[in-house]
Design a protein around this ligand. Structure first.
Ligand SMILES: NC(=O)c1ccc[n+]([C@@H]2O[C@H](COP(=O)([O-])OP(=O)(O)OC[C@H]3O[C@@H](n4cnc5c(N)ncnc54)[C@H](OP(=O)(O)O)[C@@H]3O)[C@@H](O)[C@H]2O)c1
Length: 794
C-alpha cells in the first residue's frame, strides 16, 4: 500500500503522475495544489481514480502553507510512512532574463518555489520519511553545470540557477537522510510538452512520467544523491548518432566506466534511466543508448567525428547568394542540435548579404575552388585555410592559367596558415616546370606545392619538376618532325550566354539549371526533356535564311548561330543550326553529348547524310534528342536502350526507335537506328530518319550543310517554311504545332485549322511577324522575289 505525495498536481507533469498512479487501487495519493478552486481542480477531480486520492492545499512558495500541509498530512495518515514525496511543483519565472539582465526578484521567485519549497516540504514531512522512503526533487537539464559549460548560449538564467540549487539541495538532503535509509534523488523529466516546457518540446507527458515512475520504483539505497534524466523518444536524427557510434568500438567500455564514475557527482554528467525508462526497447528510431552517455563523452564523440574531405567551395554568379558547396555537409552536422554545437566543424564562408554558410574544418578539410574565386576579393576565413587546391578553370571551363600567373598567385599572401597547396591545371605540365621554382608561394613551403595535370593526374613538385622538364625536352626533340596532335575543343557557352539562351526559350527562372553534374540521372533527364520541349516550342524549324537573304548562306559558326537564334527575336534554323546550338547548350550544362549525322527518309527511301541528331549519355543510358526535324520531331528524348518502345507524342501520335538494316545496302548485317512516327494506332509506322552512333565532327556537318543549303535538289532551297510546336500552359507537354508555308495552320489535340491565309509575299511576311515574331529588313524581304519559293500574287 504505497503512499505518494505529489506537489503541483493540478496540471502538467504533476497531474500526469496522479493520472498514472491512480490506476492502482492499492495506492494512496496525496495530491497537493496551490489552489482548491473548482477550475484549478477540474481535471484532477474528473480522474477515474481507482486509487485512494486526497487533495490538499499547498502553496510551495509559502513557508506557512507548507507548514499547514505538514499538519494536514499528519492528520490524514497519523505517523505512517510516506513512501514517495515528489517535489514536482515548479516555476520558470522571467525566462527571458540573462545573466546580464537578471533581477533579484526573478531569482527570488524561482528560488522560493524551486528550492525553498522542496527544502521545507522535506522538513515538514520528515517524520513520515522512513526506511526505504524516496524523495524526488524535480530538476532540469538547465540546472546542469556540465551542460551549461558546454552550451554556447545559456538561457533562462533565474530558472537555471534555481534548478542548480535544487541539485545541491538533493545532495544535502541525501546526506541528511542517509542514516534513516531514505533515498533522495533528483530527476530531469526531459523536455516535455507542458505549459512550462512549451509546445516545441519533444516528449509527451505520458512517456516522461512513465519513465520516471519506473525509475522511482526501482531505486535502491545506493542510488541516493544521484541525478537522473529521462530520455524520451528521439528525433529521427538519433539514428545518425548510432551510426556514428559504430565508428568507435572502444566506446562500450568508456561508457560503462563513465556510468560508474558519475554516480558520485551528478554535476558532471547525466545518467539516463536505461532499463527503467518507458521507452520502447525494440525500435532503433525511438531508443538507443547514445543519450545515456555522459555529456562529456558525447562531446568527445562529436569532436572525433571528422572526415578527410575535399571541400569544394563555389560562389553563385549572383553575388548576393554567397558561397555554397556541392560537397555534402559532414554527417556529424546532420545528426542533431547537440552534435552541431560540439562538433569540430564551423560555419564558414559567410558573407553579410547572404544567409548561406558551409560547414568546414580547416584542420582537416582540403579547400578546393576555382581560381576565379581568388580574384573575387578576400575569401572569408582565408586566414584559417591550411590545405588549398586551386583549379585553373573558369566556371565556363576556360583555362585561367594566365590570370593566375598574373594575379592569382599574389592572392596566396591572403592565406597565412597555408601548409599544402595543389594547383590543378588543364594545359599540361610543360609550362609549369620553371614556375614552381621561381614563384613565391606565400606561407606554403615550396616543398609542399604540387602542380597537377587535371586531365592525366600527373603532377610535379619542387623535386620532380627539373626531371619532368628534361623528359619533355627529350620528347620534343624526338617528335620534332611530327606535329603533336591537339585535342579538338568543342564550343561552350558562358554562364551569361546560357542565361540568354534560357531567356530565348522562355524557361521559367526556377527551372534554370546551370550545372547538371549535380543532378540525379532522373533529374538530368527531366531537364533535358524540358529543354527539348521548350526549344521546339520557341525556336522554329525554319529555312528562311535561304529565301529572305541576299547571300542565302547558312553558317554553322557558333557565334553566328548564337546571334541568329538566341539574339534575334523569333528566329530558328534548320536541323544543323538548331541542333548545333542546342549541343553547345547541353555541353555547357555538363551533359555528355555526341553529335551524329542522320539520313532523312523522303517517303520512298533514305537519302544522304543531311540531318543532325544529338546523343546524350546519362548514367550510361544513351538518349537521342533533336530540335531540328520539323513537324514530326521527336518530342521527348528517346532511349536507345529501349529500342522498340512506343512513346506517346502529340495527341494520338506515337514515336519509337528501332534497330534495322537499310534497304538497298549491300551488307544487310549492318544495322542502324531508325526513328519512326505513327499518326495514330490504325496507321502504319513511317520512317523519318536513321542514324548511327558514330560521332560526326564540325567538319562533317560543314560538308553536309553545303549540300543541304545549296543543292537545287533539296526541298530546303525550293520552299520557305517555318514550324514550331505548341506547349500546354504548364510547359509539361507538347500539344500541337503551328506551321507556315503558303498558309498558317494550327493543329492542337488532333484538330487542325487554317488560321491565316495569304496570297502574296506581304501576307506571308505579315504572318511571320504575327505568329513567329520574325521580321526581315527590306533588302532581305525582297530577295525572294523571282525565286521558286516566292508567293506570286494571282
Ligand atoms: N516541462 C518540462 O519540459 C520540464 C523540464 C524540466 C523540468 N521541469 C520541471 O517539472 C516540474 C513540473 O513542470 P511542468 O512542466 O508540469 O510545468 P507546468 O505545466 O507549468 O506545471 C507546474 C505545476 O507547478 C505548480 N506550481 C507552480 N508554482 C507553485 C506554487 N508556488 N505552489 C504550488 N504549486 C505550484 C503549478 O500550479 P498552478 O496551476 O497553481 O500554477 C502546476 O501545477 C517543474 O518543477 C519544472 O521545473 C519541467
Amino acid at each position: 500500500m504505497p503512499t505518494w505525495l505529489i506537489t503541483g498536481a493540478n496540471r502538467g507533469l504533476g497531474l500526469e503522475f496522479v493520472t498514472q498512479l491512480s490506476q492502482d487501487a492499492a495506492t494512496t495519493i496525496i495530491a497537493t495544489s496551490r489552489s482548491l478552486s473548482p477550475e484549478t481542480l477540474a481535471r484532477l477531480k474528473t480522474l477515474d481514480s481507482k486509487a485512494t486520492l486526497h487533495i490538499l492545499k499547498c502553496d510551495t512558495s509559502s513557508p506557512s502553507s507548507i507548514t499547514a500541509l505538514g499538519d494536514q498530512v499528519t492528520a490524514l495518515v497519523g505517523d505512517a510512512k510516506i513512501d514517495y514525496v515528489l517535489n514536482n511543483a515548479g516555476v520558470n519565472v522571467a525566462s527571458q532574463q540573462t545573466s546580464l539582465t537578471v533581477t533579484a526578484d526573478a531569482i527570488l521567485e524561482n528560488v522560493k518555489t524551486n528550492i525553498i519549497g522542496p527544502a521545507l516540504i522535506v522538513q515538514v514531512l520528515e517524520k513520515h520519511l522512513k526506511q526505504g522512503s524516496v524523495v524526488m526533487n524535480m530538476t532540469s537539464g538547465l540546472g546542469s553545470m556540465a551542460d551549461a559549460r558546454a552550451t554556447e548560449s545559456t538561457k533562462c538564467t533565474p530558472y537555471s540557477i534555481s534548478k542548480a540549487g535544487v541539485n545541491m539541495l538533493t545532495l544535502h538532503q541525501a546526506s541528511g537522510l542517509r542514516e534513516k535509509g531514505v533515498v533522495v534523488v533528483c530527476v530531469d523529466p526531459g523536455w516535455v510538452k507542458t505549459a512550462l516546457g512549451g509546445a516545441g518540446a519533444i516528449m509527451e507527458k505520458a512517456d516522461s512520467i512513465g519513465g520516471m515512475l519506473k525509475c522511482l520504483k526501482g531505486l535502491k539505497a545506493e542510488d541516493t544523491g544521484k541525478f537522473f534524466t529521462v530520455v524520451g523518444p528521439l528525433p529521427r536524427q538519433g539514428v545518425h548518432c548510432l551510426l556514428l557510434l559504430s565508428n568507435y568500438p572502444w566506446l562500450g567500455k568508456a561508457a560503462v566506466f563513465n556510468f560508474n564514475r558519475t554516480t558520485q557527482s551528478f554535476d558532471d554528467a547525466y545518467l539516463s534511466l536505461s532499463k527503467q525508462t518507458a521507452m520502447p526497447q525494440n525500435s532503433m528510431e525511438t531508443f538507443h543508448p547514445f543519450p545515456r552517455l555522459s555529456l562529456e563523452l558525447r562531446i568527445q564523440i562529436w569532436k572525433l567525428a571528422t572526415d578527410d574531405r575535399v571541400l569544394r567551395v563555389r560562389k553563385t554568379w549572383r553575388r548576393k547568394q554567397g558561397y555554397w558547396s556541392p560537397t555534402p555537409a559532414p554527417a556529424v552536422t546532420r545528426a542533431c542540435w547537440e552534435s552541431r554545437q560540439h562538433c569540430n566543424y564551423q560555419k564558414a564562408f559567410i558573407i553579410d548579404s547572404s544567409p548561406r554558410y558551409i560547414w568546414a574544418n580547416f584542420d582537416r578539410d582540403v579547400i578546393k575552388m576555382r581560381s576565379g574565386l581568388l580574384s573575387e576579393g578576400k575569401l572569408p576565413e582565408c586566414d584559417e585555410v591550411r590545405r588549398l587546391w586551386i583549379e585553373l578553370l573558369s566556371e565556363q571551363g576556360w583555362d585561367e592559367s594566365q590570370g593566375f600567373c598574373d594575379y592569382g598567385i599574389y592572392k596566396l599572401e591572403d592565406f597565412p596558415k597555408l601548409e599544402r597547396f595543389n594547383l590543378l591545371v588543364d594545359n599540361g605540365l610543360g609550362q609549369w616546370t620553371n614556375f614552381i621554382d621561381r614563384t613565391n608561394w606565400g606561407a606554403c613551403p615550396r616543398g609542399n606545392v604540387r602542380i597537377v595535370d587535371g586531365n592525366t593526374g600527373e603532377w610535379i613538385d619542387e623535386e620532380t619538376s627539373t626531371a619532368y622538364q628534361y623528359y619533355l625536352d627529350v620528347a620534343r626533340k624526338y617528335f620534332s618532325q611530327n606535329k603533336m596532335p591537339t585535342a579538338s575543343r568543342h564550343p561552350t557557352l558562358t554562364h551569361e550566354e546560357v542565361n540568354q539562351y534560357y531567356d530565348r526559350l522562355h524557361l521559367p527562372q526556377e527551372q534554370r539549371i546551370f550545372d547538371v553534374s549535380l543532378l540525379s540521372p532522373e533529374d538530368a533527364f527531366e531537364h533535358l526533356a524540358r529543354l527539348q520541349r521548350y526549344h521546339l516550342a520557341w525556336v522554329p524549324f525554319e529555312n528562311l535564311s535561304l529565301h529572305y537573304s541576299r547571300c542565302r548562306q547558312i553558317s554553322l559558326h557558333p557565334e553566328d548561330l548564337f546571334k541568329k537564334i538566341v539574339q534575334s527575336p523569333g528566329r530558328g534554323g534548320y536541323c544543323m543550326e538548331n541542333n548545333a546550338l542546342f549541343a553547345f547548350l547541353l555541353r555547357s550544362l555538363g551533359y555528355r553529348i555526341r553529335s551524329c549525322g542522320a539520313r532523312t527518309h523522303d517517303g520512298k527511301a533514305f537519302g544522304g547524310w543531311s540531318h543532325q541528331v544529338i546523343l546524350v549519355t546519362i548514367a550510361d543510358e544513351v538518349f537521342v534528342t533533336d530540335v531540328g526535324f520539323g513537324t514530326n520531331n521527336i518530342v521527348v528524348p528517346l532511349s536507345l536502350q529501349k529500342e522498340g518502345e512506343v512513346v506517346n507524342a502529340v495527341h494520338q501520335e506515337t514515336i519509337r526507335i528501332i534497330r534495322s538494316s537499310l534497304e538497298g545496302n549491300e551488307d544487310q548485317s549492318q544495322k542502324v537506328w531508325v526513328y519512326q512516327h505513327r499518326l495514330n494506332p490504325d496507321k502504319t509506322w513511317r520512317d523519318c530518319f536513321c542514324f548511327t552512333d558514330l560521332e560526326f565532327r564540325p567538319e562533317d556537318f560543314e560538308i553536309m550543310n553545303l549540300t543541304t543549303s545549296q543543292s537545287p535538289r533539296v526541298f530546303f532551297t525550293q520552299r520557305a517554311f517555318c514550324t514550331k510546336m505548341i506547349l500546354d500552359e504548364s510547359g509539361e507537354k507538347i500539344v500541337g504545332r503551328l506551321t507556315l508555308q503558303t498558309q498558317v495552320k494550327r493543329s492542337v489535340s488532333g484538330q487542325s485549322e487554317v488560321i491565316k491565309e495569304f496570297t502574296t509575299e506581304e501576307g506571308r511576311l505579315a504572318a511571320l511577324k504575327e505568329f513567329y515574331n520574325i521580321e526581315f529588313n527590306k533588302s532581305d524581304a525582297s530577295s525572294i522575289i523571282g525565286t521558286t519559293a516566292e508567293i506570286k500574287a494571282t
